[in-house]
Write a protein that binds this ligand. Structure first.
Ligand SMILES: N[C@@H](CCC(=O)N[C@@H](CS)C(=O)NCC(=O)O)C(=O)O
Length: 203
């Protein structure tokens, strides 16, 4: 098994999941975006990408879910068909589509696009849209440390990366529960999330 990518990108999600599960793999980190095989495993040439016995798997949440499913004894995820699994699907879909996507739009424009393709007009809109959604997670974390049955799971690895990323963007001011959640996750011994460094020149 090979994992293409490096921290603090979304590669941190499968990296952390693999550590929690105690699975061996080869990390491909050097010049990864220029790696001749990356496009074989990720159609857009992005990271993370996985080579699993020659088959490609992309999308960090799909990787984490698959890896956790491979190791039911580790109890990092509940089986399909259970309410807990539905809650996993709910919170991961919510984090990726209703929270992370807004921040990613700004981050990508600001950091990865050439000057003439940046869209700074969208930044306030993206931040506001993020905050409307994040208020729902803030409420869900009011009386629980972790998202599924108050027990750490792969759901927290996936959603936790989103919250760590948006904290780096300066999006979580006043969301005390989300900020405490990120700190709680970062204190876990196998956590692969790095120390918070602001990712945008503006908040
Ligand atoms: N939804 C994808 C996002 C993949 C993605 O955009 N990865 C970033 C790094 S975190 C990347 O490869 N960026 C390079 C680019 O956008 O050109 C996932 O969660 O795996």
């Amino acid at each position: 098994m090979r994992l293409f990518g490096f921290s603090p990108t979304r590669t941190t999600r499968p990296m952390w999941t693999l550590a929690e599960l105690g699975m061996d793999y080869e990390a491909v980190t050097e010049d990864v975006f220029k790696h001749p095989e990356l496009k074989k495993y990720h159609p857009l040439g992005r990271t993370p990408a996985m080579d699993i016995d020659g088959k490609g798997l992309f999308e960090s949440a799909a990787m984490c879910t698959y890896l956790a499913d491979l190791n039911p004894d580790k109890e990092l995820i509940s089986p399909s068909g259970t309410w807990e699994r539905a809650m996993h699907d709910q919170w991961t879909s919510f984090a990726l589509t209703e929270m992370e996507a807004w921040g990613w739009s700004t981050f990508r424009s600001e950091n990865l696009m050439p000057d003439d393709e940046r869209v700074p007009e969208m930044y306030d809109y993206n931040r506001n849209a993020y905050r409307k959604s994040a208020a729902a997670l803030e409420m869900a974390l009011a009386d629980s440390d972790y998202l599924i049955n108050n027990k750490f799971s792969v759901t927290d690895i996936i959603v936790g990366w989103t919250c760590h990323f948006t904290t780096r963007l300066g999006y979580n001011d006043g969301f005390d529960n989300i900020n405490a959640y990120v700190e709680r996750l970062m204190a876990r011994p196998k956590c692969a999330l790095p120390a918070i460094e602001l990712a945008l020149p503006r908040s």
